[in-house]
Design a binder for this molecule. Structure first.
Ligand code: AMP
Length: 200
C-alpha cells in the first residue's frame, strides 16, 4: 500500500531528443508502456489536426509541408493543453518538443505549473546519411509529405542543426543530458534507453 502510494506520486518527465528519423516515435511507443508514461508527439498532434481539418491543422500544414517549424506560440499553447489533459498520470515522454530554447523554457513553465520538471533529455545519436535513408524509406509508406523528397528531408535535418541541436548544451548545463547511439536494432536501442531511464 505504502509502496503503491510512492510510485503513484513519482512523475518522470523525459524529453526524447534527436534529429528527424532518429527513431524517437518508435522508441517512445515502447517506453510509454514500460514506464506507464503519456507520449506526446507534437508532430503527431499537428498531423491529427491536419487530418481533422481544424484551424490549427490548416495553420500547421503550411509550415510542415516545407519541413519548417510551426511558430512557437502556437506549438507551446498546444503542448500546454496536452500536458493539462494528462497531468494526473506518471509523467510524459516528449517527442519532437522542445525544438528551441524558447520552447524549452516554456516546457519548464508548463511543468512547473503542475509541480513537475524535466527529469532528463535522452538523445538518440544517428549519422546524417542514415537519417536521410530512414526518412525517405518511411516516406514510401507513411504518406507524410515531409518525408517524400530528399530536399525537404535535408531541410528538416538542417533546421535541427541550426535551431534544435543547441538544446544539447541547454540540458547539459542542467546535468540532464544523456546521449545514446540510435543506430542498430530497435530492441538494442530500447535497451540503451532503458538503461538510462532506470538510473533516473
Ligand atoms: P516530427 O513529427 O517531430 O518530425 O514533426 C513534423 C513537423 O511538425 C516538423 O517538421 C514541424 O513542421 C512540426 N513540428 C513538430 N513539433 C514541432 C515543434 N516542437 N515546434 C515547431 N514545429 C513542430
Amino acid at each position: 500500500m505504502y509502496g503503491q502510494q510512492i510510485v503513484s506520486t513519482i512523475m518522470k518527465n523525459i524529453v526524447l531528443f534527436g534529429p528527424p528519423g532518429a527513431g524517437k516515435g518508435t522508441q517512445a511507443n515502447v517506453l510509454k508502456d514500460t514506464y506507464q508514461l503519456v507520449h506526446i508527439s507534437t508532430g503527431d498532434v499537428f498531423r491529427k489536426n491536419i487530418k481533422n481539418r481544424t484551424p490549427l491543422g490548416t495553420l500547421a500544414q503550411s509550415f510542415m509541408d516545407k519541413g519548417e517549424l510551426v511558430p512557437d506560440q502556437v506549438t507551446i499553447d498546444m503542448l500546454s493543453d496536452e500536458v493539462a489533459k494528462n497531468a494526473e498520470g506518471n509523467g510524459f515522454i516528449f517527442d519532437g518538443f522542445p525544438r528551441n530554447t524558447t520552447q524549452a523554457d516554456a516546457l519548464d513553465e508548463v511543468l512547473a505549473a503542475h509541480d513537475a520538471c524535466v527529469d532528463a533529455m535522452i538523445a538518440l545519436e544517428v549519422n546524417d546519411e542514415i537519417l536521410v535513408k530512414r526518412l525517405l524509406k518511411r516516406g514510401e509508406t507513411s504518406g507524410r509529405p515531409d518525408d517524400s523528397s530528399e530536399e525537404i528531408v535535408r531541410n528538416r535535418i538542417q533546421i535541427y542543426y541550426n535551431e534544435t541541436a543547441i538544446l544539447k548544451s541547454y540540458y547539459q548545463d542542467k546535468n540532464k543530458y544523456h546521449g545514446v547511439s540510435g543506430e542498430g536494432d530497435i530492441e538494442a536501442i530500447t535497451k540503451r534507453l532503458k538503461a538510462v531511464i532506470d538510473t533516473l
